[in-house]
Design a protein around this ligand. Structure first.
Ligand code: A3P
Length: 296
């Protein structure tokens, strides 16, 4: 799968949403989908974002037997790839077979960092990289690993935070991931967006994003997209058409759209853990020259 992914045939009009997990991937997918599907926003009430976009690492992340339980994914696969072989990657083949549509580019989600793709990825298509302060990303990731049956994490928050800092979690080290994008942030095909800035100044961020993607969107259209992708609207839709297939086994409450805020770390981390995290952040962020907002 690594080889297939590395050599995946990206198209010039593809939009890749790349993130370390829990940094605002789904929000950005919904924003970009909204910007490119203004004439059919209500489709989101029927179909979760998972099925309107392509989560291209799924084939490497999930066991085929679990993918095969997802009727919609498999229907999409069989429709798009009548002769496809599931063991060669359900999502990758579906994505490859998606017919080009002039104003509706493929939106491809990945949690793999730039380093796991061919070095010319940025010369082929546009990549939107979303990052979020690591404290809140860690809180959100802990919740996610308790919520989703694939992970079944049952340890304490402190144990999770230590694993997170050590990179002993799915998708590995936070800073390595961010560093690959941060180092290439001036590439014309890469747009780096901070989760906290989306919260602070959503419309301005959407305006920049629209220009980056080459879309001519009016203020009224941007406003519609912002509303379409607001936390409350997304959480509301999730209650009707959930994006997660598996549900909690160990008491994680709040669902996929948990709180959607900045600064929740201080509600869950002890003072000792905060000191350790601060040290870890200083060590890595300083050398990169990146800084995050931890409260708004
Ligand atoms: P919390 O767990 O802190 O609430 P990802 O999509 O990368 O997995 O990130 C999930 C995080 O983004 C969750 O954070 C989720 O609630 C938050 N999120 C999703 N949609 C959002 C939105 N429209 N506005 C703000 N936060 C959102």
């Amino acid at each position: 799968m690594a080889h297939r992914l590395y050599n995946f045939d990206f198209r010039p009009d593809d939009i890749v949403v790349m993130t370390y997990p829990k940094c605002g991937t789904t929000w950005m997918q919904e924003i970009i989908w909204g910007m490119t599907h203004l004439d059919e926003l209500e489709e989101a009430d029927r179909l979760p974002i998972t099925y309107r976009t392509f989560f291209i690492d799924s084939d490497a992340l999930y066991l085929l037997k679990d993918q095969m339980k997802d009727r919609y994914l498999m229907d999409r696969f069989h429709t798009l790839c009548p002769d496809g072989r599931p063991e060669q990657g359900v999502i990758m083949q579906s994505c490859s077979a998606q017919p080009p549509q002039p104003t509706k580019p493929r939106i491809i989600k990945t949690h793999f960092p730039l380093s796991l793709y061919r070095p010319d990825l940025l010369d082929k298509c546009k990549v939107v990289y979303v990052c979020r302060n690591p404290k809140d990303a860690c809180v959100s990731y802990h919740h996610h690993c308790r919520l989703v049956n694939t992970y079944k994490f049952e340890g304490s928050f402190e144990a999770f935070a230590k694993a997170f800092m050590a990179g002993d979690v799915f998708y590995g080290k936070f800073w390595d991931h961010v560093a690959h994008a941060w180092q290439r942030r001036r590439h014309p095909n890469l747009r780096l967006v901070f989760y906290e800035d989306l919260q602070l100044d959503g419309l301005k961020q959407l305006e920049h994003l629209g220009s980056f993607l080459g879309l001519q969107l009016s203020q009224e259209q941007l406003q519609r997209v912002a509303e379409h992708a607001s936390f409350s609207r997304m959480k509301g839709r999730d209650a009707q058409v959930p994006i997660t297939l598996s549900s909690s086994t160990n008491g994680a409450v709040g669902g996929f759209f948990r709180k959607g805020i900045t600064g929740d770390w201080r509600n869950v981390a002890s003072a000792e853990l905060d000191t350790v995290m601060e040290e870890w952040i200083r060590e890595h962020a300083g050398s990169l020259g990146i800084s995050f907002k931890y409260a708004l």
